[in-house]
Design a protein around this ligand. Structure first.
Ligand SMILES: Cc1ncc(COP(=O)(O)O)c(C=O)c1O
Length: 383
C-alpha cells in the first residue's frame, strides 16, 4: 500500500452494507436503512432517451467536457434555478463524485487545508487526503442545527487554508444552510482568498427550505465550484451522471484531470441527462412528496423511541438521530443489526462529531420503514 492510501479509511457505509448482505445470505430477514439511493425507477422519458441514443448508435467517445446540448441545458438550468451566471463552456459533465474528486485534485495542493463540516459525507475527507492535503473538520452537530457555522469556520482558517466544502442539503444530517450562513461563508472566502466547493446534489429534495448557491452571490463566480448531479433528483444513480460549474480559470485545470482520467462521461447517459433537465418535472415532484411522507413518519417514530433525539431534516433523505444509550456508534449499529435486524450507518463514519448518532436513509417504502422502525424501538426498549 502506498503512503498516500494508508491515510485513507475504507468506507464505513460500505462495511455495514456488507454485513447486512452477509446476514441476508444466511437467511435472516434484514431491513436496510443504509443505502443512499432513491428506491424509485428512473422516470420513463429519461430511460427512453437513453435507449433512443443507444439505438441510434450514440455509443462512442463524446467531447471530453460533455456534449454541447447537455452543457447548454445545464447552463440554462444553473441560470434559471440557481441564479448563477453560467455558460456552457464553464461546465464539465462527469459523475458527481468524480466532479468533486477532480476539483480537489486539480485545485488543492499538497499540505493545503480544506475546511469541511463534521459530520459530513464519507468521501470528502478521503478525497482531501488523496490530494495529500489536510482535512480540517468544523463542528456541525446539534448545537449549530447540523449547519456549517461561519464563526466556527472563521476560527479554523489559517494561511494554509485553500477551500471550504459546503454541502446543503447535507448528507448525513439533512440540514440546509440559511441564506445568511451562505453569505457569511462567501465573505470569509473573499476575505481570505479561498475557494468554495458547493455540493448541491440534494438541492431538489427539499422540504419547506430553499437552496442558496454560493456562486450566485455577487463576485463569487471566480471562487466557487458548483457540483450537482442526476443520481438523487432523477433516481439515476447507476447512470453515473453529474456535472460541475466553475469559472474558466478553474475549469481549465479541472478539465485536464477529466481528459487524463475518465476522458468523458458515458455517451448515452448524457442524452438521458438532457431529457431529465428538459422533460416533465412531475416525476421529481412525486418523488419529493413521497420522501416528505417518509421523513415525517421516520421523525415521528424516532421521537417515540427511548433515548433518541432528532433534529428534523429539511432536505435529502437522511435523518441523523442522537442516542443516549452510552455505547459507541459502531457498537450501536451492530446491536441494531443483531437485535432488530435493521441496518443503519454508524455516525462515526461521518466524523468525530457524528459519534453517538446513526444515519437512517428513508429512501425505502413506507411499509418497510414502519416495520424496521418498530423493530428498532423494541430493541432500544431492551437496553
Ligand atoms: C453529498 C453527496 N455528494 C455526492 C454524492 C455522489 O453522487 P453520485 O453517485 O452522483 O456520484 C453523494 C452520493 O451519495 C452524496 O451523498
Amino acid at each position: 500500500m502506498t503512503f498516500r492510501m494508508q491515510a485513507v479509511q475504507e468506507s464505513g457505509t460500505v462495511r455495514v452494507a456488507d454485513r447486512v448482505k452477509a446476514l441476508r445470505a444466511s437467511g435472516v430477514d434484514v431491513i436496510s436503512f443504509t443505502i443512499g439511493e432513491p428506491d424509485f425507477p428512473t422516470p420513463e422519458h429519461i430511460v427512453q432517451a437513453g435507449i433512443d441514443a443507444l439505438k441510434s448508435g450514440f455509443t462512442k467517445y463524446t467531447p471530453s467536457a460533455g456534449i454541447p446540448e447537455l452543457r447548454e441545458a445545464i447552463a440554462r438550468k444553473l441560470k434559471a434555478e440557481n441564479g448563477i451566471d453560467a455558460s456552457a463552456s464553464e461546465i464539465i459533465v462527469t459523475p458527481t463524485k468524480h466532479a468533486i474528486f477532480m476539483s480537489i485534485i486539480a485545485l488543492v495542493d499538497r499540505g493545503e487545508e480544506v475546511i469541511l463540516a463534521d459530520p459530513s459525507w464519507v468521501s470528502y475527507e478521503p478525497m482531501v487526503r488523496m490530494a495529500d492535503a489536510v482535512p480540517v473538520p468544523v463542528r456541525a452537530d446539534e448545537e449549530t442545527g447540523f449547519r456549517l457555522n461561519p464563526e466556527l469556520v472563521a476560527e479554523k482558517i489559517t494561511n494554509r487554508t485553500r477551500m471550504i466544502l459546503l454541502n446543503s442539503p447535507n448528507n448525513p444530517t439533512g440540514a440546509v444552510a440559511s441564506r445568511e450562513e451562505v453569505r457569511a461563508i462567501c465573505e470569509l472566502a473573499v476575505d481570505h482568498d479561498l475557494l468554495i466547493l458547493s455540493d448541491e446534489i440534494y438541492e431538489k429534495i427539499m422540504y419547506d427550505a430553499l437552496n442558496h448557491s454560493p456562486a450566485s452571490f455577487p463576485g463569487m463566480k471566480e471562487r466557487v465550484i458548483t457540483v450537482n448531479g442526476f443520481s438523487k433528483t432523477y433516481s439515476m444513480t447507476g447512470w453515473r451522471l453529474g456535472y460541475l460549474h466553475a469559472d474558466t480559470s478553474l475549469v481549465r485545470d479541472i478539465q485536464k484531470v477529466q481528459t487524463h482520467s475518465v476522458t468523458c462521461a458515458t455517451s448515452f447517459a448524457q442524452k438521458a441527462g438532457i431529457a431529465a433537465l428538459e422533460g416533465p418535472a412531475e416525476p421529481v415532484r412525486r418523488m419529493v412528496a413521497e420522501f416528505r411522507r417518509r421523513r415525517d413518519l421516520t421523525v415521528r417514530k424516532l421521537r417515540d423511541m427511548p433515548g433518541i433525539e432528532v433534529v428534523e431534516p429539511k432536505g435529502a433523505f437522511y435523518t441523523f438521530p442522537k442516542y443516549s444509550q452510552g455505547m459507541d456508534s459502531e457498537k450501536m449499529t451492530e446491536y441494531l443489526i443483531d437485535e432488530a435486524h435493521v441496518g443503519v450507518t454508524p455516525g462515526s463514519s461521518f466524523g468525530s462529531f457524528g459519534e453517538n448518532h446513526f444515519r437512517i436513509s428513508y429512501a425505502t417504502d413506507i411499509a418497510t420503514l414502519e416495520r424496521g422502525l418498530d423493530s428498532m424501538k423494541a430493541a432500544l426498549e431492551k437496553l
